[in-house]
Write a protein that binds this ligand. Structure first.
Ligand SMILES: [Zn+2]
Length: 402
């Protein structure tokens, strides 16, 4: 899941430290308010005019009540995996004592398995113009996939996960029928494809289904168009294939999402493509599937989860919740996901919990990094989504950029 990112350096696996002190209690509303708004408190100390202070207090009260409702109403389960005697730390800042910092080059925002490439954010080709490292599909698929072209290639991790999926799919259904119809494309490939669609099917069709050169996800090597072709040469449109629903059910746990669903055409600006799958890695594919977000919306949604606030938290029971980042050092058997915005300067300090067994930092190709931390052996699949996370996801769709 993480071999295609140079920045993926396993951290020392310190076991979670046993916290000292008083028995843990559910935070009181006051603690929750103080914890959530310590940044506001900090600003007050610097001496601002009283009108602003009163205004800020009213806002804090309104937000505070909402936070209280969310935390007390739905958040209690967040703590079920934590040690009994944990005392919440009051800070709105990144907890220094529980994190290490990884210096990441700001230009790495354009690389990694979670880059968003769409009509607005082009793929940043490496300076040598060669594109990403890829592996030939036919040579590396162990006979599990058919290919439309012997030259087709994919990002090596993407290909290996696709082969695992095809193999497990055959075991479950008896069918070995997936053909990679289109895989990695260079800039020149995309120019030819756009031109040929436009000439044969018309400019309007080309505009709906073919991205402009530079703006195609196929440039990343992490997108594949799949077709269903049986050994006798017969084929069926993929969404009419009798086991398509089984495929859709299985494929997120191998890290793939259906990238251009019918109901998200207004957001993706690409027509319904039941054949185009994008590798984003598990558990992201599983979260995207369960929250019902498309990739554009997911990138926005993740901005709600930061190291100076809460992280998305996928515990061993498979339920997706949010967790105050200060508590990250105390969890085990979980996956944590959070966003680190780009800052001024050539490098960005990315906080990573000291108890991470494994972590991965990916650019989002927009404005920051997404950190995926595994502590212990977390599940790859999300079985359900906690109410407050579902509400945040919904809010992201309503307020997020397109
Ligand atoms: Zn495609």
């Amino acid at each position: 899941m993480n071999a295609n990112n140079d920045k993926n350096i396993p951290a020392a696996g310190d076991p979670p430290r046993a916290p000292q002190g008083q028995p843990r209690e559910t935070p009181t509303p006051k603690q929750v308010l103080e914890h959530s708004h310590s940044r506001f408190r900090k600003r007050k100390k610097e001496g601002i005019n009283p009108g602003i202070v009163i205004f800020a207090l009213v806002i804090i009260a309104v937000i505070g009540v909402s936070v209280f409702v969310l935390v007390t109403g739905r958040g209690k389960k967040n703590y079920t995996e934590l040690p009994e005697n944990h005392v919440p730390v009051e800070t709105g800042e990144v907890p220094q004592e529980t994190c290490d910092y990884v210096e990441v080059d700001a230009s790495a925002v354009h690389g990694g398995q979670l880059i968003l490439v769409n009509f607005r954010y082009p793929y940043e080709f490496p300076e040598d113009g060669e594109g990403p490292e890829t592996a030939n599909v036919y040579d590396n698929c162990r006979g599990m996939l058919k290919v439309a072209s012997m030259a087709d290639s994919l990002d090596p991790v993407t290909l290996s996960r696709l082969v695992s999926f095809a193999s497990d799919f055959e075991e479950r259904t008896g069918d070995r029928c997936f053909m990679v119809n289109s895989a990695h494309r260079t800039y020149g490939d995309q120019v030819s494809i756009y031109r040929s669609y436009s000439e044969t099917l018309g400019e309007e069709y080309a505009r709906s289904y073919v991205a402009n050169p530079g703006y195609s996800e196929h440039h990343t090597g992490m997108a594949a168009d799949l077709a269903v072709v049986f050994d006798d040469g017969s084929s069926v449109p993929i969404d009419q294939y009798q086991n398509y629903s089984i495929m859709r059910e299985m494929i997120p746990s191998y890290g793939f999402i259906l990238r251009y669903p019918e109901e998200k055409v207004a957001v993706t600006k690409i027509g319904n493509e039941p054949w185009h799958f994008r590798y984003v890695g598990a558990p992201h594919a599983s979260v995207i599937e369960k929250t019902g977000l498309c990739f554009e919306e997911y990138i926005e949604f993740l901005k709600n989860y930061t190291a100076d606030g809460s992280a998305l938290y996928l515990a061993s029971d498979g339920i997706l919740r949010s967790l105050p980042f200060v508590d990250c050092a105390l969890v085990h058997d979980s996956a944590l996901i959070y966003y680190v915005p780009l800052s001024e300067g050539a490098t960005v300090s990315v906080p990573v919990p000291k108890n991470a067994a494994e972590y991965q930092i990916s650019g989002n190709n927009v404005d920051g990094f997404i950190v995926t931390v595994t502590v212990g052996s977390a599940p790859d699949t999300v079985s359900s989504v906690d109410g407050s996370v579902a509400e945040t996801a919904q809010a992201s769709v309503l307020t997020g950029e397109e």
